[in-house]
Design a protein around this ligand. Structure first.
Ligand code: NAD
Length: 502
């Protein structure tokens, strides 16, 4: 039996339970039907229905927020080492079910096994990393003044809402939920409507690993009702959001009346700038990896190539050859490099840019077409002869689509790199150290890699500037979001207190 056939057989084994009983909400450790009925989730591989999913609405969010609120004091006050142990158990339980998570994720989202098998393990790593930080999360400072011993301490902010998108949903959910739990917060999670499977696996795994009921609750549903209700709920103190920039604006508006703290990780139109003095073979590998991996459905993807005009022809020729060679296919085939796009809506959005590119005067140098009608497959696409003001250079396409734009000197490259609403990541390829220092200083992005693709290191800050977001994750930055600083001043003697009305 081929590896693909074996993976499909295993997947069917894992999906049987979902087909039989659907995906309910999980509130206070108990399965609950959605008060809005149910909706169906489908696979982008063949458009087939996977299962019914609870359609959560404001009433379900209210029940989940109440459960998170009730569970909060005990979780907050649990000794740090006990909380740490539970989170490590969760990490181990994720590792034990990594194959199931990866196969379900691929079927639900169209992501390939090549990448999702690692994403499941990254989820475990997220839990392990933040578990290790639990013990010092509340540590503070001692700031002595002449009359007071001033100390600071950090306390968890309370029950929080986590709203996640459909791209690499398991990894991203753990990235937000693990630090919240480590900080001592309880969580109501609303996964994206297009990818509910692995959010269900996560809450199940966490509870089996010892997470008390109500500490993590999952409400499925759509942004405009369940998501909105989460932002508006008075018992939830903060919203950690990952998704589109325009949804980020709604998150802030919806949370205004309840004074929500918001952390927004939003879209990107990230530049990769390749100078003619770079190691061009490595640059080529990185350029291809950073837009065509994970189906191009990746917030940190380098979707704009700014290429030195002296090497443009040679570099683009090699690029075209490699892009045409990328293997598009069934996501469970280990050889596949690109799977189908997540939904019909997203497929229509991505493919609409094939015409937009031509109308605006760019050249479709590779791809630019869909593949068959069975699922939402597209050919990896490269646009050349583009300018930075074209829609294909300004709008987040969020698919395996790269726009190549030439530049003739450094200032022009910098100006184009920054000429976008977004500012998530930037990638710079040059062997001129002084230029790299100069360029990174002025590049408007939250994260920059020099002579490297995106290599994530969990203690480093993750987040964007401009329309790419507000706030940072990673290391202690995550705790800054999920915790409140508190100052306490203890008088050290009988200092003079001003007497009024004496
Ligand atoms: P989306 O904004 O459409 O949806 C994200 C989540 O928000 C979903 O759960 C959705 O149901 C919910 N939502 C929608 N409307 C809402 C509302 N009014 N109130 C509350 N919740 C609402 O995003 P998507 O299409 O699922 O994901 C792709 C986007 O996510 C891309 O723009 C991508 O760049 C971005 N993203 C950013 C990062 C990052 O770290 N910066 C990481 C991954 C994805």
């Amino acid at each position: 039996m081929s590896a693909l056939a074996q993976n499909i057989e295993k997947l069917n084994g894992y999906l049987d339970r979902f087909r039989d009983s659907g995906i309910p909400n999980r509130i206070n450790g108990v399965d609950a039907a959605g008060s809005g009925g149910a909706f169906q989730t489908t696979s982008p591989v063949d458009k087939s229905v996977i299962c019914n999913v609870a359609h959560g609405t404001a009433a379900d969010v209210d029940a989940a927020a109440q459960a998170a609120s009730d569970a909060f004091p005990a979780w907050r006050d649990m000794p740090a080492l006990e909380r740490k142990k539970i989170l490590i158990n969760v990490a181990e339980a994720i590792e034990a079910r990594a194959e199931e998570i990866a196969l379900c994720e691929c079927w639900d989202t169209g992501q390939t096994l090549r990448f999702m098998s690692k994403a499941a393990l990254r989820g475990a790593e997220n839990f392990r990393y933040f578990a290790d930080q639990v013990v010092q999360a509340r540590d503070g400072q001692h700031l002595k003044s002449p009359t007071l011993m001033n100390v600071t301490t950090r306390v968890p902010i309370g029950p929080v809402g986590v709203i996640t998108p459909w791209n690499t949903p398991f990894m991203l959910s753990t990235w937000k939920i693990a630090p919240a739990l480590a900080a001592g917060c309880t969580v109501v999670h609303k996964p994206a409507e297009a990818s509910p499977l692995t959010a269900r696996l996560l809450v199940e795994i966490a509870e089996e690993a010892g997470l008390p009921p109500g500490v993590l609750n999952t409400v499925n549903g759509f942004g405009e009702d369940a998501g909105k209700a989460l932002c508006e709920h008075p018992k939830l103190k903060a919203i950690a959001f990952v998704g589109e920039s325009r949804t980020g604006s709604l998150i802030v508006k919806q949370g205004a009346d309840t004074h929500k703290r918001n952390h927004l990780e939003l879209g990107g139109k990230n530049p990769v700038i390749v100078f003619d003095d770079a190691d061009l073979d490595r640059a080529l590998d990185a350029v291809i990896f950073m837009i065509y991996s994970i189906n191009g459905e990746r917030c940190t993807s380098s979707s704009r190539l700014l290429i030195h005009d002296t090497i443009k022809e040679e570099f683009e020729a090699k690029l075209i050859e490699r892009v045409n060679n990328i293997k598009v296919g069934h996501p469970l085939d280990p050889a596949t490099e690109i799977g189908p796009l997540v939904t019909e809506e997203h497929f229509n959005k991505v493919t609409s840019y094939f015409e937009i590119a031509k109308t605006d005067g760019a050249t479709v140098a590779a791809g630019g077409e869909k593949i068959g009608d069975e699922g939402y497959f597209v050919r990896p696409t490269l646009f050349t002869n583009a300018t930075n003001d074209m829609r294909i250079a300004q709008e987040e396409i969020f698919g395996p689509v790269l726009t190549s734009i030439p530049f003739s000197h450094e200032d022009e490259a910098l100006q184009m790199a920054n000429d976008t609403d977004y500012g998530l990541t930037g990638y710079l390829w040059t062997n001129d150290l002084t230029r790299a220092l100069r360029f990174t200083e002025r590049l408007e992005a939250g994260m920059i890699w020099v002579n490297s693709e995106n290599v994530r290191h969990l203690p480093t800050p993750f987040g964007g500037v401009k329309a790419s977001g507000i706030g940072r994750d990673g290391g202690d930055w995550s705790f800054e979001f999920y915790m409140e600083q508190k100052h306490i001043g203890f008088a050290t003697g009988q200092h003079k207190i001003m007497r009024l009305g004496a």
